[in-house]
Design a protein around this ligand. Structure first.
Ligand code: SF4
Length: 334
């Protein structure tokens, strides 16, 4: 599937054709142009030849079937992973990748260990959601949430991520409300500022994972380029401009960032966020050679310590650990 090619082919057709094509693609979720029966036969044949709709993938399901990971094969032989999360409340979230690999090398992250291969195009990002939209259509289900928390740092592929969001949000596209689209970042210089200027009311998640620069730089090397102090400044401007709530993501890593003292240090740090439009999401870490997850009791105590300081904190449900589809586990292989 290639949106740019589709737009080029339809440039010589009457204007309404593009709208019809989008409806066929994103509302009827066709996977073959033959199904676009309102198109002349010749055009359908041309589109099937020059702009085929197949999205080549390989999928794995978790044992509880609440998460499904898809490896999507790209035209240049590379591949990228995307995950569908079925929540208990009926929401279906697609966790989308924005890059093949990542240049930032966060120590806890399997994608970081791959190094950077390339940015994904707008179409390649949209295709991840489209694949799962088609996949669950037969069960009468719809994709209703998108999180940019897959492979890559979305703010390092800003234009294509925003281009994809435009298609995902478009009423003639997948029509997913901006409030149901979240972008997660480690805090790229200017990325948060740029997002604050966007007209869409997107959600922002900040991967903080540590209460001070020394600790954070040990797991997120990029922190040396943009310290927590600078991040808080950017966040304060963002909150003032947008009035949106910020999600602070905090991976709970055994004996690294999970003590009561560190919870208090985190609370003190977060109190510098003004206006205080934020909440903390505590994420159980998925074990790697380097780190282990915090025991459940320590996560509860950490949460309680934050709550006692007046900080709202929740524990994120753990998805897909058995298929390496959980946070930080995506590495472009099945
Ligand atoms: S956590 Fe995000 S920014 Fe860090 S290496 Fe992994 S994909 Fe890149």
């Amino acid at each position: 599937m290639n949106l740019e090619r589709l737009e080029n082919i339809l440039r010589d057709e009457p204007k309404f054709r593009l709208k019809q094509a989008k409806q066929a693609l994103f509302i009827n979720l066709i996977s073959d142009w033959e199904q676009a029966t309102n198109f002349p036969l010749e055009l359908r044949q041309r589109l099937n030849q020059e702009c085929p709709l197949e999205i080549e993938t390989k999928i794995t399901k978790s044992q509880d079937e609440n998460s499904i990971k898809a490896l999507i094969y790209l035209d240049d032989g590379l591949s990228v992973e995307t995950v569908l999360l079925n929540h208990l409340d009926g929401r279906n979230t697609v966790c989308v990748s924005s890059q093949v690999g990542c240049s930032l090398g966060c120590v806890f992250c399997a994608t970081g260990k791959m190094g950077f291969k390339r940015n994904l195009t707008r179409t390649e990002i949209v295709s991840q959601v489209l694949f799962f939209a088609r996949y669950i259509k037969s069960k009468g289900l719809k994709v209703n949430n998108i999180v940019f928390m897959g492979m890559g740092e979305p703010f390092l592929n800003y234009e294509n991520v925003m281009g994809a969001i435009e298609v995902l949000n478009d009423k003639d596209g997948l029509n997913i409300g901006a409030r149901h689209i979240s972008i997660s970042t480690v805090g790229i210089i200017n990325g948060i500022k740029k997002l604050a200027q966007e007209k869409l009311q997107l959600n922002l998640a900040l991967s903080l994972h540590a209460p001070n620069d020394d600790l954070r730089s040990k797991i997120i090397p990029y922190n040396r380029a943009n310290s927590i102090k600078n991040l808080i400044k950017d966040v304060n401007c963002y909150l003032e401009q947008t009035g949106r709530r910020l999600m602070i993501e905090y991976l709970m890593i055994d004996d690294f960032n999970d003590s009561r003292e560190q919870a208090l240090e985190l609370a003190k740090l977060l109190k510098q966020i003004d206006p205080p439009l934020y909440f903390v999401n505590l994420i159980a870490y998925n074990p790697t050679d380097e780190f282990k997850p915090s025991p459940a009791k320590r996560i509860k105590d950490f949460k309680l310590a934050l709550n006692k300081q007046g900080i709202e904190a929740t524990e994120r449900h753990r998805f897909g650990q058995d298929i390496e589809a959980a946070c930080g586990q995506l590495a472009g292989k099945l």
